[in-house]
Design a protein around this ligand. Structure first.
Ligand code: TSJ
Length: 653
């Protein structure tokens, strides 16, 4: 049989791919939706490498009806000639040799990205089948890989059905790959158009000129991204919903032997700083050396400018980096080799050379920009805004000292509101922040008091996006939360003091509830970010309905489930609809929403900080019109809509 012919020859290679099958988690982290999409990004990364090095300009991603995905580029086409030592075509090397992607590419490209650099062979190993077509040198080539089960029932994957074959002529060049993720690895999953197009947009911003087309043949959705301005357009996009202090984002690009660096920024009237940085197209949510380097250069360049132009008097101290960055929206795009990621979520760039290189290139480019008369007004706006920020900073410091004193005096009061748990074991303890006093009361009675603490929220806590630190602190609800968590906040935030392992937001399934939830998340996002990135924040999911009759009772958590519940109840059922948490008695609230054995929690992770930030500002920033539009577009405050789409859904008991 033709299928077996290759087996013995490829034994060494197969060993590698079998290892991937055995422990997919080692190569792609997880086999959940994230891993499922990861194997698509591995393929896309290869096409991006080709295009960002100047060959071709378009990538087409197609979600096919049969569950497979196709990625096509118009680059040079993967080499088809025989590899000198491995004695097979370049295409087969890429697809059957672990890590070949990286090795293969490094010699050809200045910087080769790769989301995690595991290469196309990992996609091949975790697919039912994979088909590659290469157009190159006037010819069309084809090779197909598949998985098969041997006599002992062991699955071998990524095996070429036959060697690469010339199948015709062609007047184009490029690579086209179609693969079907193996359901024996990933279970029943499908590619998510929304997720794919969001990342495609990001990639198009980060790779100026690149055109990415996404088609979903199943749902007939499609989109296309192409930004001639690159990250400059990215900054404009992130700016939507904020008020810019000048018209166009500033942009510079510079390169050395060690890094390629693109930076774009603009100043807004907001009080918060937003820096989005990337290394080899990977978001560095926790920042790192490149961010540090850019920030020091920025502070130095602008302080020098302010002094040279007499905006800072001799006796006045330098402005701080944070003063300059207030309201600044920045995108930093770095390409470099041998990246090292650190930090809690491995999204922090650790390479020390990134700091020095980015700092010196940035200082050089910023000084050039600041010396240019055309930019004088922009620079002046930034300096004036920083001076204002410095004033507020000093005022806030005073306010904070006052609040601290006040807080101590009021702690007695706060403890009265907070129903704390009895056990000292922080690793198991949970804090429920509950909307409304009546639900708070039920939660206090229904809880397991050994490890569950309840904090009822009376009013709406204030909107953290709009306010300055001193105003945020003046809010009683917020102070209550800060003092309950015991971590401090902002610069002083200390995760190790956290009193609760899980912080669970329980709000009603209506617009007000969604608003309260969004406000709380904004506050955590702004002032206690590690609380989110370290996975401590959850959203509780109370039921929407109870379907019941004699001897039958089922709680229903979404409209989609309702029909099923009604069907299995049979004749004579009744439906109770819960409009708010307050309608449940303590036992019901425990049973449906608080009991770790039964409840569903949604873990809040900031998968995509840029998108989360955008949602937050659109919902709660200054731009009233956009907000109205956002709310009317998303007026159906359906569960899927309000949180599933924006936060990663995890069943965490
Ligand atoms: F790797 C892969 F199969 F996942 C894949 C690779 C998938 C897709 C959609 C595209 C690609 C790919 C690879 N596009 N373009 C290339 N280019 C090369 O591999 C290539 C071509 C020519 C030369 C050369 O030196 O002539 C070198 C390379 C690395």
């Amino acid at each position: 049989m033709a299928e077996k012919k290759y087996e013995s020859k490829d034994i060494v290679v197969l060993d590698g791919l079998d290892a991937v099958r055995l422990r997919p988690g080692m190569y792609i982290g997880t086999t959940s939706s994230r891993g499922f999409h990861h194997i698509l990004w591995e393929i896309v990364d290869n096409a991006i490498d080709e295009i960002s090095n100047g060959y071709g300009d378009t990538i087409k991603i197609t979600i096919n009806k049969d569950g497979s995905a196709t990625v096509e580029d118009n680059g040079r086409g993967i080499p088809v000639d025989m590899h000198p030592t491995l004695h097979k075509s370049g295409v087969e090397v890429v697809y059957t040799t672990l890590h070949a992607g990286g090795k293969f590419n490094n010699e050809n490209y200045k910087f080769s990205g790769g989301l995690h650099g595991v290469g196309a062979s990992v996609t091949n190993a975790l697919s039912r089948w994979c088909k590659v077509t290469v157009n190159k040198g006037g010819k069309k080539y084809f090779v197909e890989f598949h998985s098969y089960e041997d006599e002992k029932g062991k699955i071998h994957s990524g095996v070429p059905v036959a060697p690469l074959k010339e199948i015709g002529t062609s007047n184009t060049t490029g690579t086209c790959v179609t693969f079907l993720p193996d359901d024996r690895v990933f279970g029943k999953q499908t590619f998510n158009f929304e997720l794919i197009s969001r990342r495609a947009r990001e990639l198009a911003f980060l790779n100026k000129g690149l055109k990415i087309v996404v088609n979903d043949e199943e749902t007939n959705e499609n989109c296309e991204f192409h930004f001639e301005g690159g990250i400059k357009d990215f900054v404009s996009y992130l700016m939507e919903g904020k008020n810019a202090l000048f018209k166009n984002p500033i942009y510079f690009y510079a390169e050395s032997k060690i890094v390629d660096l693109g930076v774009s920024f603009i100043s807004t009237d907001s009080y918060t700083e937003n820096t989005f940085s990337y290394v080899n197209n990977i978001p560095t949510t926790e920042g790192g050396m490149h961010e540090v380097g850019f920030k020091s250069a920025f502070t130095k360049a602008f302080n020098d400018f302010a002094r040279a132009n007499n905006m800072l008097k001799d006796k006045e101290p330098n402005l701080l980096g944070e003063d300059f960055r207030e309201g600044l929206v920045t995108v930093i795009n770095v390409k470099m080799n041998n990246v090292q990621f650190e930090g809690q979520t491995k999204t922090k760039l650790g390479n020390p050379e990134a700091r020095t290189e980015v700092e010196s290139l940035s200082l050089q480019e910023l000084s050039k920009l600041l010396a240019d008369k055309k930019n004088f007004t922009y620079a002046e706006i930034i300096v004036n805004k920083a001076k204002q920020a410095a004033k507020v900073r000093l005022a806030a410091k005073k306010a904070k000292e006052l609040t601290r004193a006040k807080n101590n005096a009021e702690n007695f009061n706060l403890v009265g509101k907070l129903a704390s748990s009895t056990s000292r074991d922080r690793s198991k303890s949970e804090l429920f922040i509950v909307e409304g006093d009546s639900a708070g009361g039920s939660a206090k009675q229904g809880r397991d008091r050994r490890f569950q603490a309840i904090l009822p929220l009376r009013g709406k806590p204030l909107n953290a996006e709009k306010k300055r630190v001193d105003q945020v602190l003046a809010n009683e609800e917020i102070r209550t939360i800060i003092s309950a968590l015991d971590t401090g906040f902002g610069e002083d935030f200390d995760l190790s003091s956290l009193r609760y392992n899980k912080v669970i937001i329980l709000s009603d399934a209506d617009q007000d509830g969604a608003h309260i939830r969004a406000i709380l998340l904004t506050f955590f996002y702004r002032y206690m970010k590690p609380l989110i990135t370290d996975g401590h924040v959850f959203i509780g999911l109370p039921p929407l309905y109870k379907v019941y009759k004699k001897d039958y009772e089922k709680y229903v958590y979404s409209d989609a489930e309702l029909a099923d519940a009604v069907k299995s109840a049979g004749k004579g059922y009744m439906i109770q609809r819960y409009k708010g948490l307050g309608e449940m008695n303590p036992e019901q609230l425990w049973e449906t929403t608080m009991d770790p054995a039964n409840r569903t929690l949604i873990q809040v992770t900031i998968e995509d900080a840029a998108e989360a930030e955008k949602m937050i500002t659109t919902l709660m920033g200054d731009a009233i019109e956009e907000r109205k539009q956002y709310i009317s577009e998303h007026a159906n405050f359906d569960r899927e809509d309000t949180f599933m789409r924006d936060y990663k859904n995890v069943n965490a008991n």
